[in-house]
Design a protein around this ligand. Structure first.
Ligand SMILES: *Cc1c(COP(=O)(O)O)cnc(C)c1O
Length: 376
């Protein structure tokens, strides 16, 4: 019986262990732990990979969102549109900065923020849209950018789950996720597609002025040494993490391709089970499967999850409770009737193990148990 995990970093790192050890040793040898050479090099290598002018490393993906939002300097009564069904970081930083998150429904097929929902929620106070590329599937950025242009809104892309995916536009151009809006952010948390060995994050933008502001904000708002030009934060990418990321960035495309292979094997085995919906992939973008998330259409999700646990197959519910239903967020504007997909998905999603080291035998073991569960 295989020993299965949601994420297998031990297996992933074993294959590049010498490179990783050397990268970390290099930082220890010259003790440049803060703002060392590897940070600059990683920022420039990631900017080249993404095709974006500026990349600023920071301490984690949540700080990246916060620094991005701080740089926009929005009026205190601003409303910011966020998907109701995702990880809490987006709503959290909006609330933390005293601005108003407005919760928008997601599409059932893609788990991404609903374009109709965005249009419906825009008021004169709306200043910004926060698309989150859920589970590695890019949002409909062409529509979002059109709406943003029409209503003069900023767009901050949360690319924590979508780093490396491409979006194709109707004029034939192709852009990396996170480089389409005014600002993109990401996380290098260990479970992400590009991960470090602790916390890490980054912010990207083609706007040089915003880039300067963001770099300053991440370093206490400091201009010249000990001269403070903005209220900032202490949020830097450690040199050791940057050194690790430089090694792993060279493998990101290969890691995303491995995840795609796993997804297509899962989908091939599960697509005829009538109780399940396999993840849909949109024509305008490539999915990089941060998660492989099934929709269990009837009420069998929890029973399926328990059955799989009994057979040592881990699964996770990302995410069990929509934003609007958490106590600290309950008072922000939302209309329950408009959040039906978000509410429904919270009760019906189930994510399977997804990482770069899953073998065809592992996948068969997992899918055979799912098939057996529905045969009984
Ligand atoms: C992981 C994640 C974040 C936060 O990243 P941290 O590095 O853990 O702060 C933000 N948004 C989404 C969608 C994420 O998945």
């Amino acid at each position: 019986m295989p020993s299965l995990q949601m994420v297998d970093l031990i297996g992933q790192h074993a294959k590049i262990r010498t490179e990783l050890d050397e990268a970390i040793k290099g930082v220890i040898d010259n003790a440049s732990f803060i703002k060392g050479e590897d940070v600059k090099l990683f920022e420039s290598e990631l900017s080249q990979y993404l095709g974006v002018k500026n990349v600023i490393g920071c301490a984690n993906g949540t700080d990246a969102l916060q620094a991005a939002l701080m740089a926009l300097n929005l009026p205190s009564d601003s409303e910011i549109l966020v998907p109701d069904f995702t990880f809490i970081a987006t709503a959290e930083v909006i609330a933390l900065l005293g601005l108003t998150p407005v919760f928008i429904d997601v599409d059932k097929e893609t788990f991404n923020i609903s374009i109709e929902g965005i249009k419906k929620a825009i008021t004169p106070k709306t200043k910004c849209i926060f698309p989150v590329h859920m589970f590695g599937q890019p949002c409909d950025m062409e529509s979002i950018m059109n709406i943003a242009r029409e209503h003069n809104l900023y767009v901050i892309e949360d690319t924590a789950q979508g780093l490396g995916s491409d979006v194709k536009f109707s004029d034939g151009s192709v852009k990396k996720c996170g480089t389409i809006g005014d600002i993109g952010t990401t996380s290098f948390f260990p479970s992400k597609n590009l991960s470090c060995m602790g916390d890490g994050g980054a912010i990207f933008t083609n706007n040089d002025e915003l880039a300067l502001k963001i770099a300053k904000i991440c370093n206490h708002g400091m201009g010249k040494q000990y001269t403070y030009e903005a209220v900032g934060m202490n949020s830097r990418l450690d040199t050791i993490q940057a050194a690790v990321l430089r090694v792993k960035l060279r493998h990101l495309d290969e890691y995303n391709a491995a995840r795609n292979q796993v997804a297509s094997s899962y989908s091939g085995a599960l697509n005829s089970i009538s109780q399940l919906s396999i993840p849909e992939t949109s024509a305008f973008a490539n999915h990089i499967f941060h998660q492989y998330t099934l929709i269990v259409k009837d009420n069998s999700r929890d029973d399926l999850q328990n059955y799989l646990i009994e057979h040592n197959i881990p699964t996770k519910v990302y995410y069990p409770i929509p934003f609007h239903a958490h106590a600290p967020y309950n008072n922000y504007p939302h209309n329950l009737a408009d959040l039906q997909n978000s509410i429904w998905l919270s009760d019906h999603v189930l994510s399977l193990p997804m990482h770069t080291e899953l073998s065809e035998d592992d996948i068969k073991f997992i899918t055979n148990h799912i098939i057996n569960f529905y045969r009984n």
